[in-house]
Design a protein around this ligand. Structure first.
Ligand code: ADP
Length: 473
């Protein structure tokens, strides 16, 4: 289904949505292309003329109504996420709570968009800075958090007074449809939020080339992000890019080992490792590496793999066959390069399902020759490297083109602070494997992107400062 100018629309062209736990078709949804994207952008532009002038209180009321509806439907939303993405239902339920959290937060922030007055250099002048919405925003979202990736973009955009055209990932469009149903029933004025599902490149190139779109906000791969940045250059759009990551996870000899082991279960195995801030390289001080890897392997081998709708499942399927093959390839390469598989290591076949499952895997004796050391894995594979000194591990941790998230375990306060400063990443978790919260800025440096989502920082991305100088005589 497409949602353009406040109305649902069917189309003759359809896209099949699969359940990754079974490989079977769940349903087919209507799609649109260039023409529909143009229409959606035109309706967002028209709506901006009024939405952009509403008061913060008015916008807050709309967002709060959407919150109410999402809360009432949270069970249905969570089930939809599990069906199209595969993650276990408790994780999907947490995603729904987080997704609603963005709307709650920005419903409040809509009322708190302040300007500044500046001291003038001339006594007869009054200088002010006012903050205005950017305009029409195009949002492109991935499949790994099919709901919360949408709300973390749309909530601040609407709060700021922008209007939006969303293209969700084509493998997970159902969560997008459900959340747009909430917007529709919340009475959001026509054109304020529009949904176009369809061929990525066709929709994406209209979004980037259309001069009426003033901002592109994207979460996805670095490859596609770079293309969108290049394509947006001709019309000089404002951009926010949340791209790939390759997170180091450093465990010093003074760390609380059990806490560090449990942290990997969260940071690596939630969402079957399909998270941009997921741990990719676990660096463990040589003196504790064997103890750490044995403890981790024992915990990982106890994780239950299966269909996310079933109770007790910890790790669901990967999103598709290509993802499964990529992970398998990385593991085979790691073994060839001298890695030792402590647990897992293979494609996992469930008796009743034919989905895309991979065994939760721990690989010891990882080294820098392995593909897994530089390529994003997006799967449930934990490679363990060893190190000797703090200086060495900082250098190795930073040696990545990415700079999204990094983790560090130590009980030494001074060392924790030194690591905080030395790690070249947008997000640093010290003794904390789950740092992402709605009020904090989420985003990377280097090729992990530009711009932040969350808190007051996320709102700034949808506002422009206008400087006004008034001569009073
Ligand atoms: P992933 O590897 O996580 O699937 P992608 O960057 O391929 O990451 O996908 C993230 C989002 O970008 C999805 O909504 C996808 O449909 C979209 N996308 C992929 N290719 C393009 C493109 N050429 N132009 C615009 N959007 C794209």
């Amino acid at each position: 289904m497409l949602y353009i100018n406040g109305a649902w629309r069917d189309s003759a062209t359809k896209l099949n949505v699969l359940n990754p736990a079974t490989g079977k078709v769940l349903t087919a949804v209507a799609t649109g292309g260039k023409a529909e994207t143009q229409e959606a952008i035109a309706s967002a532009k028209k709506a901006f003329a009024t939405w952009g002038k509403t008061t913060g209180n008015e916008r807050s009321n709309y967002l709060s109504k959407a919150v109410q509806l999402m809360k009432e439907r949270s069970k249905e939303l969570a089930e939809t996420i599990t069906l199209e993405n595969g993650k276990p239902l408790p994780d999907a339920t947490r995603e729904v709570a987080g997704a609603i959290g963005f709307f709650e937060w920005y419903a409040e922030e809509a009322k708190r968009i302040y300007g500044d007055t500046l001291p003038a250099s001339d006594p007869d002048k009054q200088l002010m800075v006012i903050r205005e919405p950017v305009g029409v925003c195009a949002a492109i979202t991935p499949w790994n958090f099919p709901l919360s990736m949408i709300t973390r973009k749309i909530a601040p955009a609407l709060a700021a007074g922008c209007t939006v055209v969303l293209k969700p990932a084509d493998v997970t469009p159902l969560s997008a449809i459900k959340v747009f149903e909430c917007f529709h029933e919340a009475g959001l004025p026509a054109g304020v939020a529009n949904l176009v599902i369809g061929p990525a490149e066709e929709i994406g190139s209209e979004m980037t080339r259309n001069p009426d779109v003033r901002k592109i906000t994207f979460t996805g791969s670095t490859r596609v992000g770079k293309k969108l940045m290049r394509d947006s250059a001709d019309t000089v759009k404002k951009i926010s890019m949340e791209l790939g990551g390759h997170a180091p996870y450093v465990v010093f000899e003074d760390a609380e080992i059990d806490a560090a082991v449990n942290g990997v279960l969260v940071s690596k195995f939630i969402n079957a490792g399909q998270t941009c801030i997921s741990t990719n390289r676990i660096y463990v001080a040589e003196s504790i590496a064997n103890e750490f890897s044995e403890k981790l392997a024992a915990k990982v081998s106890a994780l239950v793999v299966g269909n996310g709708l079933e109770e007790g499942v910890n790790v669901g399927p990967l999103i598709n066959q290509a993802a499964l093959e990529k992970v398998q390839h990385q593991v085979e390469d790691a073994v060839k390069q001298g890695g030792k598989v402590l647990t897992g290591g293979k494609i996992f076949t469930l008796e009743k399902e034919s989905g895309y499952f991979f065994e939760p895997t721990v690989i010891h004796y990882a080294n820098d020759r392995m593909q897994i050391t530089t390529e994003e894995t997006f799967g449930p594979v934990a490679p363990i490297y060893t190190f000797q000194t703090e200086e060495e591990v900082v250098e190795r941790a930073n040696h990545a083109e990415y700079g999204l998230a990094a983790y560090c375990y130590t009980k030494d306060l001074g060392r924790g602070l030194r690591m905080m400063r030395a790690l070249e990443f947008g997000i640093v978790g010290i003794n904390d494997p789950a740092p992402a919260v709605v009020q904090a800025p989420f985003g990377g440096v280097k090729e992990s992107g530009t711009g932040k989502e969350g808190g007051k920082y996320g709102l700034e991305e949808y506002l422009e400062e206008k400087y006004v100088s008034i001569y009073m005589k």
